[in-house]
Design a protein around this ligand. Structure first.
Ligand code: S3P
Length: 171
């Protein structure tokens, strides 16, 4: 299988970067995050891209960044929460080892709360979360080869469960 050793998907705030870095450490590989790639390439924050150019332009930038990272990176790769909205990206993920980190809406509201840095949740976070997850849950499930529920769990525990699910843990 070429491409990353593990790809992490799931909604914003679920802990992809924390768990991703722990997983990479445990597996002795490097960690990469497509949101970080976008910020580095664009020289501005994701919130600024949304405000300056709107979501469709952000999604096009994101799609290119995700496809580049899938081709280049061989460690743990975390994708931005909305990357799976793109059908071509989902098709590329079909041959990959993909872990979906899930959480329920109440946990999501608790974790991301009133975080204005996340442009999709700026107003009425509970309603936005419900709609967002209704639209996306099946897409996360479609690309996932393993699902790890993070509700009430610390990142270390989530990492152990993901390692078990992936059967990649060293003896
Ligand atoms: C988004 C998730 C964010 C970021 C952008 C849009 C989404 O990434 O790409 O704010 O649509 O769910 P994280 O999941 O890394 O927070």
């Amino acid at each position: 299988m070429s491409g990353p050793l593990v790809v992490l998907v799931g909604p914003m705030g679920v802990g992809k970067s924390t768990v991703g870095q722990l997983l990479a450490e445990r597996l002795g590989v490097t960690y990469r995050d497509t949101d970080d790639d976008i910020v580095a390439e664009q020289g501005r924050t994701i919130a600024e891209i949304f405000v300056d150019e709107g979501e469709p332009v952000f999604r096009a930038i994101e799609k290119a960044a995700v496809h580049r990272a899938l081709a280049e990176h061989d460690g743990v790769l975390a994708l931005g929460g909305g990357a799976i909205l793109d059908a071509d990206t989902r098709a590329l993920l079909a041959g990959q080892r993909v872990v979906y980190l899930s959480m329920d809406v109440e946990e999501a509201v608790k974790r991301t709360g009133l975080n204005a840095a996340r442009p999709l949740l700026a107003v009425n976070p509970r309603k936005q979360w419900r709609e967002l997850m209704e639209a996306r849950r099946h897409l996360y499930e479609e690309v996932a080869t393993a699902v790890v529920a993070t509700d009430g769990r610390m990142p270390e525990e989530v990492t152990e469960i993901a390692l078990d699910a992936l059967e990649l843990k060293e003896a």
